[in-house]
Structure formats: structure tokens, C-alpha cells
Design a binder for this molecule. Sequence first.
Ligand SMILES: Cc1cc2nc3c(=O)[nH]c(=O)nc-3n(C[C@H](O)[C@H](O)[C@H](O)COP(=O)(O)OP(=O)(O)OC[C@H]3O[C@@H](n4cnc5c(N)ncnc54)[C@H](O)[C@@H]3O)c2cc1C
Length: 394
Amino acid sequence: MNSDTPTQQFDVSIVGGGMVGAAIALALSQAGLTVALIEKQAPIDFKADSVPDLRVSSINLASEAWLTKLGAWQLLQTMRLCPYQRLQAFEHPASIVTFNAADVNSSHLGHIVENNLLQLALWQQFNTKVSRCCPASVAAFSQTEDSALLTLDSGEQLTSKLVVAADGGNSQLRQLAGIGTNGWQYQKACLVALVNTPYPQQDVTWQQFTPTGPKAFLPLPGQQASIVWYDDAPRVKQLAALAPAQLSVELLKVFPEQLGKVEVVNSSWFPLARMDANRYFAGRVVLAGDAAHTINPLAGQGVNLGFADAKLLTKLIIGAHQQQRDIGNEELLKTYQRKRKPANLLMMSTMDGFYQLFGNDITPLRKLRQLALTIASRSGALKKLVTHYAVGTK
Ligand SMILES: Cc1cc2nc3c(=O)[nH]c(=O)nc-3n(C[C@H](O)[C@H](O)[C@H](O)COP(=O)(O)OP(=O)(O)OC[C@H]3O[C@@H](n4cnc5c(N)ncnc54)[C@H](O)[C@@H]3O)c2cc1C
């Protein structure tokens, strides 16, 4: 510890300024709370001619509504994003189930956005109540009954009433706070590739289920798209090592014809893990987003769950602040955990059930999934319900 460095005081310190941490910082600062945001790496500036970020997310209507309230969505719209009106699921291209925006009386079902740009739009909305500590990371953490103390790698010290851990799936702060996790690494991994397509901008995102894993298409602005290829981890690593031209050839062999003759621009691969923190808080540390849970990305729900955490947590903190109550009190944090943990677990388990049902070739399961897709395509009410869940309005 550097004895010359004065300790700075904040209402809330947030470790991790990714999409979830930045949204929490923005919401709290807009309500007048002082916030320290500790982030390893700032988002890079937007250039209209830059190659899109490989990490993209499907943002549902519920997240969009909250981000609009925060003012970040409007900024993102001046950068780059791609709306979609239809969501398709199928095993064989002859039997496609389509979910439409009209089913939920909306002009669109969601948007595909680049993670880096959404993070940037949030950062660009920060007011003077947000003190950015960046690049920085945490060297030590301790807490008493009344406050929490963070020592940064620079030696700087920050005290606050509450520390939010939004530092992702491998959260260092979760470990420093002594919160354990449950979960496992899936045997599958996924390859993500940015591709040029021969078609004009598309309004559909689709997913084909195959025994080796799903193949997904996510539209991007103009004639570009992101494709996701789930397969056994060794196969995915092998594919990710290929040059773009070779990967294009492999892709065209296994993706359905409707993809068109795409050309790979670049690619990367991601391991797939399910993780659920045993509890969402310990003393004055509270977890949000991937620091609390990571989910199979199959249905594009990860950051949408993170925004739902962020929305509730900030609402509770702002409420306590306005009533001049302790913003790190146990009752508040228990309410947050009681409401968010079961909702996140339900989504994680539903996705795992889906993954089991559609990701193998066992005959009874094959029959069951054919039945599921047939029912989904014929029942208007069921389709509407599934669509509501997909867009986050249920
Ligand atoms: C292949 C793939 C596809 C996906 N697709 C979708 C999708 O379509 N829709 C969807 O909703 N979700 C999707 N997800 C999930 C989504 O990416 C995550 O849920 C989301 O990124 C979580 O956001 P976060 O802010 O909680 O964490 P992160 O995005 O992991 O951000 C954590 C931040 O903390 C910083 N940080 C980490 N450690 C420290 C430290 N010690 N000190 C300071 N800073 C630190 C990092 O630099 C980073 O900025 C996908 C995930 C994968 C792998």
C-alpha cells in the first residue's frame, strides 16, 4: 500500500466495464450516485469503415427498451446494428419454423449488435459522476460491516458502500469475495466467423439443429453476417486454425444452402461453459452479468440476462439511495438474489434441455424434437409464447 495515495470515496465501485458493468455505472450515475468504474481495457473508438467486432450479441426488446431509457441505444443507432424481423429454427430446410415480429405486435424481434460498440455507446454517455479507472485492475479487496475497500494495481485505494463484480465469467472479485460456483465445461465449443454474403442485408436470424451441434446465422449491416458453428471442441479448434479461404470451403460443406456462397473474413472460437454462482452477494460485494452466471450461447440470452440483473439491481440501489437507506444493506441484496437467481437458473436449464434435445442423434429424442418443431409450427398460441420469451417480454 502506498501511504501517500489518499483513499477516494464513492457510493458504488464497479469492477468490469463491459456491457453489463457499464450499464450499471450509467444507470446509477444518472440517478446522482458517485461511481468508480475499474476496467482493464477501454472500448476502442468507432470508425464507420472498421471491420465489425467478432463478438456480437442478439439484443432482445426488453434490453433495448432499458438501454433506450439510459440513452445509449440512440447512440448505438448512429454507429452500426442490424434489426431482424424473423427468427427461424429447423432441422431440415424443408420444415422451417418461423417466429415473426408481427406475432408480438412489434416492428422487429431484436438486433444483432457488436459487443464493443454497445459497450462504447454506454461509456460515451457517462457523466462526471463516473470516475473511470482504466486501464486498471484490482490488487486487493477487503470489507468491514460498513464499507468495502479496493486497492488497485496502481496502489490507489477506493472505498464504497457497495462493490459490483461485473468482471465476466472468470470474475476475480467473485473469487476474492469467497463466492464459489457450480457448473461445467461443455464438450462442444463454437466457432464464430465474420462473413461476406452474396445477399443484401437480411432480416432473419436462423439456427439449424444437427446431431453435431447447431449452425447459426446472424445478420449484420450490409452484406455481412456472423455465423456460429457448434461442434466438438477439437474439431472447432482445428477449424479456427484454417486460413479464411479454407474455412469458407469447410463452411459451405456443412451449412444449409440458404447461407449462400459466403466468404470468411476472420474467425475465432469460444469454449462453452455453464456456471452459476452459489450466491449473488457476500457482504458488500454483489455479482451481475457473466460474473454471476454463464449460459450456453445457443439462444443468445447471456447478456440479456445480464441486463435484467443490472436493471433490477440499479432500481433497488437507487430506491435505497433516494430514501437515504444503506445502499449495500443485506435485505436489498437478498431481494436482488431472490428475484434474479431463479430466473437465470430457469433460462440456463431450459437452454440445456434444448441442447440435449437437439444436439444428438438418439432415436427417441429425434422423434421428440420432430414433434416439438411440428407442434411449434402449427400452434399459433405456442409460437406467440415462445416469441415473447425470445424477445424478453415474458
Ligand atoms: C460465442 C458467444 C456468443 C454469444 N452470443 C450472445 C448473444 O447473441 N446474445 C447474448 O445476450 N449473449 C451472448 N453471449 C454472451 C455474452 O457475450 C455475455 O453474456 C456478455 O458478454 C456478458 O457481459 P458482461 O459485461 O457481464 O461480461 P464481459 O463481457 O465478460 O465483460 C467483463 C469486463 O470486465 C473486464 N474485466 C475482467 N476482469 C477484470 C479485472 N480483474 N479488472 C478490471 N476489469 C476486468 C473485461 O475487460 C470486460 O470488459 C455470447 C457469448 C459467446 C461466448
